[in-house]
Design a protein around this ligand. Structure first.
Ligand code: UDX
Length: 440
């Protein structure tokens, strides 16, 4: 059993800390936010992550997991310290690593003996060197450390599953001693023969960006194929299905939509592009993915406007779904934000419903009407737009939808409604890459 401290209790730090305690280690999740730690000590999970509540409660009750605002003590007591604080996008497109640097300085003066210092936060390639220098600045006598990069591949809304059943664990470590300790941290996974890659630090940092940026590129690619399907009477779902049956392509991340959002893809692909440009090796594929994503968000607005006689003024639009994906309350970079803003700019008004993200969106866009059901959003609205593929929208009663809307106009940016039914009921509708096909 190792003593582990995780600095930062966002969805990465909290899920990772709770997950590592589930592996049998003693974990302290520490944060400078008194309110976050108070909530956690009181048993309230400040983020929405399916399964996290049980994971935390089980390990707190077993005495393996605790929470603290005393960062110094948490570091003092640890064999392994994880840095899991936020690295938001900075102005130049680069990740802002000031929180990581601040934690590194705090760690430095608390290295009482040998410790492994592990960065889980997503940091620009080459940052490991900087973090090592900061930690080395004020080490007390007798203190020594090895640095490790251990990037996360957690998806919001399935972070607990992704942590406990990862496809692979990446350990960037220059010392065998540190690698052996990290193998001990993840022993249960190792026992389950989950692949654990031992790389150098820059390679681990690159794996994170290369993986995430590729996923974003894949989404932008299928979105552009969807647009071509619309121009050729092809069905993008069948195209994606047939593509995915090629093992080299895989079926995942081939769902066309309104453009990707979230706290990671936009930030990570901009950071990778900024890094590439700094090295004077611009990464054109990723720059194209960024541009395509912005175009896709605008295409959704144009689709809706076209169905509303190119005029939003004086009309009400029901926005169904605000979160950037289902099973999360996170609206960061969500495509629904641009949709809402452009409808407002066009003189339209909004009635928005999301099963759990209403409050999150209220913090960004307070001046629209938020309601508690899709029916209420659609009542007497001039059109409805599905922006997030929540299951309750998949199963919506289209007959009822038609009676509620004052005009039977629907934009389905997630392709979850039946084209046959929409056609039979006489809706004016549009989607992404499937408009004129007829389901066989
Ligand atoms: C992503 C990566 O998947 C994860 O590995 C990394 O650690 C963090 O970033 P996340 O952003 O939480 O995870 O969610 P993800 O499921 O990847 O979706 C991101 C965005 O892409 C969402 O807006 C989603 O709607 C969109 N998306 C995803 C598509 O439009 N099509 C797809 O096929 C998949």
């Amino acid at each position: 059993m190792l003593k582990i401290s995780v600095i930062g209790t966002g969805y990465v730090g909290l899920v990772s800390g709770a997950g590592i305690s589930d592996f049998g280690h003693r974990v302290i999740c520490a944060d400078i936010s008194e309110s976050k730690i108070k909530s956690l000590i009181e048993g309230e999970i400040p983020i929405y992550e399916p399964g996290l509540d049980d994971l935390v409660k089980r390990n707190v009750n077993a005495g393996r997991l605790s929470f603290s605002t005393n960062i110094d003590t948490a570091i003092h007591q640890a064999d392994v310290v994880f840095i899991a604080v936020g690295t938001p996008q900075g102005k130049s497109g680069n990740a802002d690593i000031s929180a990581v640097e601040s934690v590194a300085r705090t760690i430095s003066k608390n290295i009482n003996g040998y410790k492994v210092i592990c960065t889980k936060s997503t940091v620009p390639i080459g940052t490991g060197q900087r973090i090592k220098e900061l930690i080395s600045e004020n080490i007390p006598d007798g203190g020594e450390f090895d640095y490790v990069s251990n990037p996360e591949f957690l998806r919001e809304g399935s972070a607990v599953k992704d942590f406990l059943w990862p496809d692979r664990v990446v350990i960037g470590a220059t010392s065998d001693r540190a690698f052996k300790i990290m193998r001990e941290v993840y022993r249960p996974l190792y026992v389950n023969e989950k692949p654990m890659l031992h790389t150098n630090i820059a390679t681990a940092e690159m794996i994170k960006y290369a993986s995430n940026a590729f996923l974003a590129l894949k989404i932008s690619y299928i979105n552009e194929i969807a647009n071509l399907c619309e121009a050729s009477g092809a069905d993008v779902h069948q195209v994606a299905k047939a593509m995915g049956q090629d093992g080299r392509i895989s079926a995942k991340f081939l769902h066309p939509g309104p453009g990707f959002g979230g706290s990671c893809f936009p930030k990570d692909i901009n950071a990778l592009a900024a890094f590439a440009n700094k090295k004077e090796l611009p990464i054109k594929t990723i720059e194209a993915a960024i541009e395509t994503n912005e175009i896709q968000k605008s295409r959704m607005v144009s689709k809706l406007k076209k169905m509303m006689n190119d005029d939003f003024s004086g009309k009400t639009v029901a926005i169904l779904g605000l979160a950037f994906k289902p099973n999360t309350d996170d609206v960061r970079e969500s495509s629904s934000i641009q949709m809402i803003r452009e409808i407002q700019e066009g003189g339209g008004s909004i009635r928005a419903f999301d099963p759990i993200a209403n409050d999150s969106m209220k913090e960004i866009i307070p001046d629209i009407k938020y309601v508690d059901s899709w029916e209420e959003a659609c009542k007497d609205a001039d059109s409805a737009t599905i922006m997030t593929e929540w299951n309750e929208f998949r199963g919506m009663d289209l007959d009822r939808l038609k009676t509620l809307l004052s005009n039977p106009i629907v934009l389905d940016t997630r392709n979850i409604l039946s084209i046959e039914k929409l056609t039979k009921l006489g809706f004016t509708f549009d989607n992404v890459g499937r408009k004129i096909v007829h389901e066989n």
